[in-house]
Design a binder for this molecule. Structure first.
Ligand code: GRF
Length: 212
């Protein structure tokens, strides 16, 4: 019997990716526990969903701390109270310090709304429209000290249509985020991910876990 993996999810807002992960974990009976949802904003909408689903929540407010280092140290304490196997950044709008990132090396995932390495940073959908790319998408990756870099776990591509605005494109990408993020987290929970020379290897499905 495999140990239940513990997951802490960090959000800053709506938390639709967090919700997709919580729903998939419940529906597909992953061998894991969503141990907590933590936000850097007290008004993050996703906190209500977490509470309604019986998931412990916490808030560490960035502006209460004098420096990035002090905030990250407090966040680190709040996360490690739940001793997670995996930290999932789901629309967590903070740049993290190298020390923090190092502490969770190989056990922290992020989703970024572009096909990395294209369009790191903010406003990815308008970057894509401005560049005139014909496909855009989303990437789940392990977090490393360099922003929006790190070993790629999963990607999904969507077409960019001629009449797209930022909103329409974001919606199309978000639908795919809700597919690939739960899938990637599930792979982690199942122990199928490894990083080999900066590249992610995904092991074959384990016969011990029912495929749903
Ligand atoms: C998503 O598009 C995510 O990729 C980006 O911010 C958005 C967060 O949405 N980093 P939500 O909070 O998961 O609904």
């Amino acid at each position: 019997m495999r140990a239940m993996k513990k997951i802490v999810i960090l959000i800053s807002g709506r938390g639709s990716n967090m919700q997709a992960i919580v729903r998939a974990a419940q529906a597909e009976k992953w061998p894991c526990k969503i141990a907590a949802v933590i936000s850097n904003r007290a008004d993050a909408e996703g906190l209500r969903f977490a509470a309604e689903h019986g998931i412990p929540t916490d808030v560490v407010i960035s502006k209460d701390f004098p420096s990035r280092e002090a905030f990250d140290a407090a966040l680190h304490v709040a996360i490690d109270r739940f001793s997670p196997d995996l930290v999932v950044l789901a629309g967590f709008m903070r740049i993290l310090t190298p020390l923090f990132v190092e502490h969770y090396a190989g056990r922290m995932l992020n989703i970024h709304p572009s096909l990395l390495p294209s369009f790191p940073g903010l406003a990815t959908h308008s970057q894509a429209l401005a560049a005139g790319v014909k496909v855009h998408g989303a990437t789940v990756h392990f977090v490393t000290a360099e922003l929006d870099h790190g070993p790629i776990v999963a990607q999904a591509a969507v077409p960019v249509l001629s009449n797209d605005d930022e909103h329409a494109l974001a919606e199309r990408v978000l639908t795919q985020e809700h597919v690939i993020y739960p899938r990637a987290v599930r792979w982690f929970v199942e122990g199928r991910l490894s990083i080999d020379n900066g590249l992610v290897r995904i092991a074959e499905d384990s016969p011990h876990i029912a495929n749903t």
